[in-house]
Write a protein that binds this ligand. Structure first.
Ligand code: 3HC
Length: 674
């Protein structure tokens, strides 16, 4: 008997599907003619997990719940085969694990991504997976949420057979092969792979992933749950799993991470473009500038199999840029992320040239030249003359006015901002900057292309710094003032790292380059930054910035910088005092929330959750705190934010003006996010 689920788009295991599965197994059990069962899914994928949209609603608790479903499947007295295509994720993999056999097409992926939602597999997954796949694989899958390919899964016993060709007929043939084998293999009864596992396996895993897991609750709970499988029989293990599951589910982190799951998907949607809009065809991309940014941008397209024409002004710069791209690919290949063949293919798709006119054949051209309006206008003026009709002309500017850039062409409807974040081949965020005249199909193309190159795109309006960098500015202004008032770079950075950010404002400045945006006149010293640049303290690249660096790039506090700060404070008559960590939060992080509210108020972001997506993917805001707007709503509360800002109003002076939207929402007890 074939049991096929058809619940688009991803066959999530909502109540109706759970009920249908149990009814089908009961029917198979009752029908003497049925000798074996195949569970399969129609559409793009096998079950992609529990239905996350049911979480927190009564539907999630309506019987049969997933643990009952999987137990019923495993208890079936006839062999049950899971036929997997697409992705078997979370509850979907738990269903597959409860089947007696699993077959899959080679392109299928399997995983337990619950940890990314702040929880753990709650339907026996943490107890069945180690019994089938082994403890080390189960640990890795549960605690990181990383997927494995069907091929890998078959190597370590999670998949019984790889199916080349049509899945369903082969799965049925497989079921016929195994129909008479008794006893039925039950995952929950296996002990061989969970016996005699040393504690060091878990400790070593924790140590190896300490940085990645910092601040998160769910990875540790996943580790503990898998460990239980090595200590207790299945029946006790699932009780412990349930306890840990409920604990995580009722916590703040799970709410934040589940909110973020939907935030990320919502970001891809543009509210006001007509339904019948069709994307433009992008077959070849042009990139102007082979510097760090241009090279990184090119890699995104090359990795997705899209040919790139990259243009530079001198052979030297072109060779250097191409060399860096090759080196990056080779480094990734050494880490196993690409095969040699993929590297060859990517490099083969790169066409480096000095001939600007070669861009004429490109469907999308991205400018990544020096951040200066005159330079950009000149480039776009030239592009306007040679680009083919309908080509999309994009600027990678991080601050400049996209409308003004568009006005330097005769086709502003084709111009858009594509703001990649550095390193552009790695960072997931792409700000798509919508000019006043940008055509709907250009926007749609940008959003869809982002998905093709595995970026998360967020639409921003035209304003200085768009969403991310605009919110960074008030943070930087206040952080720098705090230095003069008595905080040290180490204190400000520590507060941010303890908050959960990967680094603080001054560590970030040293990494990016203190000299970014510097006027380059060593005699003109107007602030601490100018003073550092004037004495060659440009950040990590020079071995000195706000911090001193040793040869391994390890930072230490700099007495020299401290002196410069104190001299400046004295010169400007700033009274130095003890600064509390709380004041740092209020003046740097509350100000970001205030700026985020202004961005919303001005319509520069479509929704508050888009701002959160920008900060999580662009700047490493801890996803377990949802993003600045979610955090303001749910962790800190808006009236606390307003009170904190008011407390510091005098010190912040002209640098801080209140967002009316923030004031209104705080007063009415409303939230930015849902
Ligand atoms: N529940 C509810 N809706 C889901 C869902 C889920 N598990 N997974 C995806 N969706 C929805 C998305 O919100 C989106 O809806 P929209 O079109 O209205 O925006 C739609 O399905 C398509 O999703 P994507 O845009 O992400 O489509 P892709 O094709 O890019 O990716 C996917 C497909 C790989 C399945 C991806 O959606 C995914 O990773 N989903 C989440 C899987 C997951 O986390 N599963 C675990 C759930 S928790 C669980 O199972 C608990 C259990 O242990 C008890």
């Amino acid at each position: 008997m074939i049991v096929e689920s058809n619940n688009p788009p991803v066959n999530a295991l909502g109540h109706a599907v759970r009920k249908g599965l149990v009814e089908a197994i009961e029917a198979a059990e009752a029908d003497e003619a049925v000798k074996a069962v195949v569970i399969a899914c129609a559409g793009q994928t096998f079950f992609a997990g529990a239905d996350v949209s049911e979480f927190g609603t009564p539907k999630a608790f309506e019987a049969p719940m997933l643990p009952q479903v999987v137990d019923r499947i495993e208890a079936c007295t006839k062999p049950v085969v899971a036929a997997i295509h697409g992705t078997a994720l979370g509850g979907g993999l738990e269903v597959a694990l409860s089947c007696h056999y699993r077959v899959a097409v080679p392109s299928a992926k399997l995983g337990t991504p619950e940890v990314k939602l702040g929880i753990l597999p709650g339907a026996g997954g943490t107890q069945r997976l180690p019994r089938v796949a082994g403890v080390e694989k189960a640990l890795e899958m549960c605690a990181t949420g990383n997927q494995v390919s069907a091929k890998q899964a078959s190597d370590f016993g999670l998949v019984d057979r790889l199916i080349e060709g049509d899945l369903l007929p082969h799965a049925v043939a497989y079921a016929e092969e195994v129909r008479d084998i008794r006893p039925l293999p039950k995952s929950s009864e296996r002990q061989d792979r969970v016996e005699g596992v040393a504690d060091s396996v878990f400790d070593d895993f924790r140590k190896a992933n300490a940085r990645k897991f910092r601040g998160f609750d769910a990875p540790e709970a996943n580790i503990q749950a898998v460990k239980v499988a090595t200590q207790k029989p299945y029946g006790e293990g699932v009780l412990e799993e349930r306890r840990l599951f409920m604990e995580l589910m009722s916590g703040k982190q799970a709410k934040a991470q589940q909110y973020f799951f939907f935030a990320e998907r919502k970001a891809a949607k543009i509210d006001d473009i007509p339904d019948d809009t069709r994307p433009r065809d992008i077959r070849r991309v042009g990139v102007i500038g082979a510097g760090t940014m241009g090279g990184g941008i090119s890699m995104n397209f090359l990795s997705a199999g899209i040919p790139v024409t990259i243009v530079e002004m001198s052979q030297d710069a072109l060779d250097r840029g191409t060399g860096v791209v090759r080196k990056n690919y080779e480094a990734s290949a050494a880490k196993g992320r690409f095969t040699g063949e993929q590297v060859q293919q990517a490099m083969g798709n790169l066409n480096p040239t000095l001939d600007f006119d070669a861009l004429a054949e490109c469907d999308l051209i991205i400018e990544a030249v020096y951040e200066n309006m005159d330079v950009k206008k000149e480039v776009f003026g030239r592009l306007d003359k040679i680009a083919k009709q309908g080509a999309i002309l994009a600027s990678n500017t991080s601050y400049l006015n996209v409308n003004e850039i568009a006005a330097s062409t005769s086709r502003p409807q084709d111009v858009v901002g594509l703001h990649f974040f550095s390193p552009a081949n790695i960072m997931k965020l792409l700000e798509v900057v919508r000019g006043d005249k940008t055509a709907p199909d250009v926007l749609l193309t940008a959003m869809q292309l982002a998905k093709r190159i595995r970026k998360v795109a967020v639409v921003a309006g035209v304003c200085h710094g768009f969403i991310g960098n605009r919110m960074l500015m008030p943070r930087q202004v206040e952080a720098t003032k705090l230095l003069l008032e008595g905080a040290s770079p180490e204190q400000v950075d520590r507060v941010h790292v303890e908050f959960g950010m990967p680094m603080g404002p001054f560590q970030m400045a040293d990494l990016a380059g203190v000299d970014i945006g510097w006027h380059r006149d060593p005699n003109r010293i107007e602030n601490v930054r100018d003073a550092l640049c004037a004495i060659d303290r440009w950040g990590q690249k020079k071995g000195a910035g706000f911090y001193d660096y040793d040869e391994r790039r390890q930072p230490s506090p700099s007495p020299k910088v401290q002196q410069i700060i104190e001299d400046f404070a004295a010169q400007q008559g700033v009274e130095r005092r003890e600064i509390t960590d709380q004041e740092i939060i209020e003046r740097t992080i509350y100000t970001m929330v205030n700026e985020g509210a202004k961005i919303l108020e001005e319509g520069m972001a479509q929704r508050a959750s888009d701002i959160d997506v920008v900060w999580v993917y662009g700047y490493g805001w801890p996803v377990y705190k949802g993003g600045p707007m979610f955090w303001a709503d749910n962790y800190e509360k808006l009236d606390t934010i307003v009170a904190g800002l008011k407390r510091n109003e005098e010190r912040m002076g002209d640098d801080a003006s209140f967002s009316q939207l923030l004031l209104d929402k705080a007063e009415k007890g409303e939230k930015f996010t849902r």
